[in-house]
Design a protein around this ligand. Structure first.
Ligand SMILES: Nc1ncnc2c1ncn2[C@@H]1O[C@H](COP(=O)(O)OP(=O)(O)OP(=O)(O)O)[C@@H](O)[C@H]1O
Length: 299
């Protein structure tokens, strides 16, 4: 569990992080979203004890990070994939970390394998690694101590689409086994597929915090059927408010399952069922961050 309460960081007159509070529960992936400069890295650096906060507290499993004994066994951290020593090989990087953490050296090969770095890549010096390979090595390093919590800053940067898919699978699996994941990104699509919860930050402030479903609720579901009139009738009868769009689809104020089940019960063939245009998470993200920045500017 990660608990952030009223974290604030000021650099001179500039407030980088302003009274930020949120929680990350075991068994969940929390997407920490915001545009560049929103305050994600600063918040993560405060959680991991690298930047002292101006105010507020952050704890991991009830304790400030800096007070955790052998923190690598409790929390896996990947804040900057380029920070690894360029002169060491990937394998040496992990072997050294294993020694420091008191982890069985056998885990090094297991983790290189898990993150898709083969024996040849393991023997290469980190300076020869692409950013994607550094991210993979960084994730292996974070997982080395078999922690229950992962804190990852933009881990998908530099990964190709296959790498992003692979990373999602690893993180989902980690959370499904009871782990806690905090994962930042400035790209909504990157975390949308894996996160259970979203914390959106804009101008140093939390502008939205909730489950992905909660944040999507109210945006509506765009649905199109072979027989639009029958669909409208079925949805209205089921108590779902609908609005017809210019192209014969409907925006239904209900979740996708309710809309899908209602259509199925009426034997209707659906041609489309997805978050409504203009109400999708992307739009929400844009609106929230723009509003957040605007409010900030008006202060
Ligand atoms: N050491 C520092 N000194 C002064 N200002 C800083 C420092 N670190 C961060 N900032 C400022 O704090 C704000 C938040 O930066 P931060 O790096 O946390 O944002 P971010 O959301 O992680 O964005 P990015 O993805 O671009 O790193 C920015 O305005 C940044 O310029």
């Amino acid at each position: 569990m990660i608990s952030v309460e009223h974290l604030t960081k000021r650099y001179g007159p500039h407030t980088a992080v302003n009274d930020v509070s949120f929680r990350c529960e075991p068994g969940t992936v929390t997407g920490f979203l915001g545009p560049n400069g929103a305050g994600k890295s600063t918040t993560m650096r405060m959680i991991t004890g690298l930047t002292p906060p101006t105010g507020g507290t952050a704890t991991v499993d009830g304790m400030p990070y800096r007070r955790l004994p052998n923190p690598g066994r409790r929390v896996g951290v990947l804040l900057d994939a380029s920070a690894q020593h360029p002169g060491r090989t990937g394998r040496e990087t992990l072997s050294l970390a294993a020694q420091v953490m008191g982890v069985d050296r056998g885990r090094v090969d297991k983790l290189l394998d898990l993150v898709g770095l083969d024996a040849k890549a393991g023997r290469k010096r980190v300076r020869q690694y692409s950013l994607g390979m550094r991210q993979r090595l960084g994730l292996a390093h974070a997982l080395l101590g078999d922690p229950r919590v992962l804190i990852l800053d933009e881990p998908a940067n530099g990964l190709d689409p296959e790498g992003i898919f692979w990373m999602r699978t690893v993180l989902r699996d980690f959370a499904d086994r009871g782990g806690t994941v905090l994962l930042s990104s400035h790209l909504l699509r990157e975390v949308e597929a894996v996160a259970d919860r979203l914390v959106v930050i804009g101008g140093g402030r939390v502008v939205a915090d909730g489950t992905k479903d909660e944040l999507l609720a109210g945006s509506g579901i765009r649905v199109r059927a072979l027989e639009p009139e029958k669909l409208e009738w079925a949805l209205t009868t089921a108590g779902v408010t609908t609005t017809r769009t210019a192209d014969g689809a409907f925006v239904a104020q209900a979740d996708a399952e309710t809309v899908g089940r209602t259509a199925a019960a009426a034997d209707l063939v659906l041609l489309e069922l997805r978050p409504a245009d203009g109400g999708g998470l992307e739009q929400l993200f844009l609106e929230l961050t723009t509003n957040g920045a605007a409010k900030e500017a008006a202060r």
